[in-house]
Design a protein around this ligand. Structure first.
Ligand code: FDA
Length: 308
């Protein structure tokens, strides 16, 4: 995870209209996005999921989109998930579930809209797991409250917490008591030091602490990271504590550290790849670029090559 000093200007610049236009002109950003996104169509995601399943790796589909502003768009996003769930069954994928964002289902429109759409997706999911992504810190409290409301009626729902937030230690304690299915990630948004650890080493330490406490409490845990040190630490922890393999999965993003995904899977660990798809890939792409200086150089080198 690049620090806020690197990420802030990248995320800020990416939002400037002329940068967005320049980046998308000629489809360059789209081509770069295809490194991290399975494609714009559901079939692209199903195809990617099928290929992963064939190699013993699970899939988690993410229909891209966030901060939706109208009830119609929110309802359309829920429709897209219902369709994805139906198609997962139809094509007979052996191991695929989904991940949703509440702002995509109408959290900014109204609580009722969001609850109605999320409930519709969960109803359609049946016993398939639906994970709730965690977005920027302005949504953390509402996301956890929504998760709890949904959990009253649906057992197939889980939620993500972010290791960079100070509050996550308390959230993890409550989620542990509730026996939740939890994803722990480092956190991908730009947050001020008033709510999030500015130093990478503190985020990493907190990730390890959160994972250890949730595993010790018996929660089903998704370790969402590509960080080899955290992965090795988790492996040692589960071995020493005798934590069963069914209690945790290693989760990574489509297009990142495929070698590590395959290695862990070959060693018998449960591994799942988060597969984004859809045409709303720009915010997702900018977060992936901002995470790693090398990605920005790769992007700029392509841009200059085109201009030269
Ligand atoms: P870190 O950034 O330290 O990277 C470790 C190594 O991974 C790097 O050295 C590099 O090799 C590789 N790597 C990481 N990012 C890369 C990139 N963009 N390009 C190329 N290589 C890269 N965040 C959030 O706020 N809410 C959420 O709901 C989720 N959900 C989620 C699900 C899953 C399955 C994953 C894997 C991640 C998320 N995230 C997320 C994103 C997460 O918070 C974080 O931003 C990224 O995973 C990068 O952090 P790492 O833990 O990989 O460590």
């Amino acid at each position: 995870m690049a620090g806020p000093l690197f990420r802030a200007p990248i995320l800020w610049a990416a939002e400037l209209p002329f940068v967005r236009r320049l980046a998308q002109e000629g489809g360059l950003a789209r081509r770069v996005a295809l490194r991290f996104v399975a494609g714009e169509r559901l079939d692209d995601a199903l195809h990617a999921a099928g290929a992963l399943n064939a190699r013993g790796i699970g899939a988690m589909l993410d229909h891209l989109g966030e901060n939706i502003e109208s009830p119609e768009q929110a309802s359309a996003a829920a429709d897209a998930y219902v369709l994805a769930l139906k198609r997962i069954q139809e094509v007979g994928l052996s191991d695929a579930n989904i991940s949703i964002k509440l702002t995509q289902l109408g959290l900014d429109v109204s609580p009722d809209t969001c609850l109605e759409n999320a409930s519709r997706v969960l109803e359609a999911a049946g016993s398939t797991l639906v994970m709730i992504d965690m977005e920027a810190s302005a949504y953390t409290e509402r996301t956890l409250n929504f998760y709890r409301d949904l959990r009253k009626d649906y057992s197939n729902v889980g939620v993500c917490i972010q290791a960079y937030l100070y509050r996550s230690a308390d959230d993890a304690r409550v989620l542990a008591r509730e026996g939740a299915t939890v994803r722990v990630c480092k956190g991908a948004y730009l947050e001020p030091p008033s709510v999030a650890f500015p130093k990478r080493s503190d985020v990493d330490r907190n990730f390890a602490r959160l994972a250890a406490s949730l595993l010790s409490a018996g929660c089903i845990l998704h370790l969402a990271t590509h960080d080899p040190r955290l992965i090795d630490g988790a492996r040692r922890f589960v071995e020493v504590r005798g934590i069963p393999m069914q209690q945790f999965e290693f989760h990574m993003l489509y297009g990142i550290r495929r070698d590590l995904q395959e290695k862990l899977s070959a060693e018998g660990y449960n591994v799942r790849t988060y597969i984004p798809y859809g045409d709303q890939w720009y915010p997702y792409l900018t977060r992936r670029l901002a995470e790693r200086p090398a990605n920005v150089w790769f992007f700029l080198a392509n841009l200059l090559r085109r201009k030269g």
